[in-house]
Design a protein around this ligand. Structure first.
Ligand code: SF4
Ligand code: SF4
Ligand code: SF4
Length: 294
């Protein structure tokens, strides 16, 4: 779609990393089609800016603008590039929280990845994988650790060798403070909060533990009682597409280190040539990894 000059120049200046910039361009073009225009005008750009600023909130936008003012390019602030730099046979796949944060984040994916990378260096994971393989290495050889900061799971952690995402368990901890305003219900993407006479009740089997209900509660009646990490192993995409199995629903950082070490140990001891963790979990189940967690 065509753009008028002013609109084009303005969208270029919206302070966003490239991946988000492309989304804003598509959004503005959609608005122009809706407005029956043949080219994108300033009206659509202003609407786009306002909608995205509202979605991101003041804090995130301020952070983006500060980087811009310092002359730091938006993509240069991508910590994933530095984490995956160099000759490695593993890689980290981090959600967009890594750029400037995300309104949904429950954990810091960059901090966790840096700690896990240090461990993987100590365990000599690259050398271990390299010595097992009897074919030349390709990008799909890599062992992938995927980390998302919330259950929205933007990195599709279930289909990676190891998948981790942040979770938060909500509870109505102070029912006497509840005004039955329903904000927690409206905030729940899974619509799994019912309003009873006694106050809101979470249908636990449908709750994805994203914490949004507690974050939105204006009275602090609903609060987050526990935060942690969900851990999945043995996912894969491509030829051996497979959804990983959940090792635990919630654990602390220490448990994440142990689970990763145990998963790598299984690979080290049992994998043949280019076999992935997926093959190990298929063949031996989760038992060998569980045993190491006790
Ligand atoms: S996984 Fe959650 S925190 Fe990360 S980018 Fe997606 S919505 Fe944001
Ligand atoms: S948002 Fe808070 S105060 Fe409002 S209904 Fe839910 S728990 Fe009660
Ligand atoms: S934690 Fe998320 S999924 Fe669970 S009840 Fe609250 S908003 Fe809904």
């Amino acid at each position: 779609m065509d753009w008028n000059k002013e609109a084009k120049e303005t969208v270029e200046r919206i302070p966003m990393p490239e991946v988000m910039k492309n989304m804003t361009i598509l959004y503005a073009e959609k608005l122009a089609r809706k407005n029956n225009r043949k080219e994108v005008s300033m009206e659509e750009v202003v609407q786009t800016r306002d909608d995205y600023f509202e979605l991101f909130g003041d804090t995130l936008m301020k952070r983006l603008k500060e980087n811009r003012d310092k002359g730091v390019s938006d993509d240069a602030v991508d910590p994933q590039i530095a984490l995956n730099e160099g000759p490695l046979l593993y890689q980290f796949d981090l959600c967009h929280m890594r750029f400037i944060g995300c309104t949904r984040q429950l954990i810091d994916v960059v901090d966790l990845a840096k700690k896990l990378k240090k461990k993987m260096e100590e365990w000599k994971v690259t050398e271990m994988i390299a010595d097992k393989f009897d074919v030349p290495f390709m990008p799909h050889t890599n062992f992938t650790v995927s980390i998302s900061a919330c259950p929205n799971n933007c990195t599709a952690a279930e289909v990676k060798d190891v998948g981790i995402h942040g979770i938060a368990i909500p509870e109505l901890t102070s029912p006497e403070k509840c005004t039955k305003c329903r904000k927690c219900m409206e905030a729940c993407p899974d619509k799994c909060i019912m309003m009873e006479k006694s106050g809101p009740v979470i249908i636990k089997k449908h709750c994805k533990q994203c914490g949004a209900c507690a974050i939105e509660c204006p009275e602090e009646a609903m609060t987050i009682v526990k935060k942690g990490y969900r851990f999945m192993v043995g996912g894969h995409f491509g030829r051996w597409h497979h959804v990983g199995q959940e090792l635990f629903k919630i654990g602390d950082e220490e448990k994440v280190f142990k689970a990763l070490e145990a998963s790598i140990k299984l690979l080290r001891e049992k994998a043949v040539s280019e076999e992935h963790l997926y093959h190990m979990v298929e063949r031996y189940g989760l038992e060998p990894i569980y045993k190491e967690l006790c």
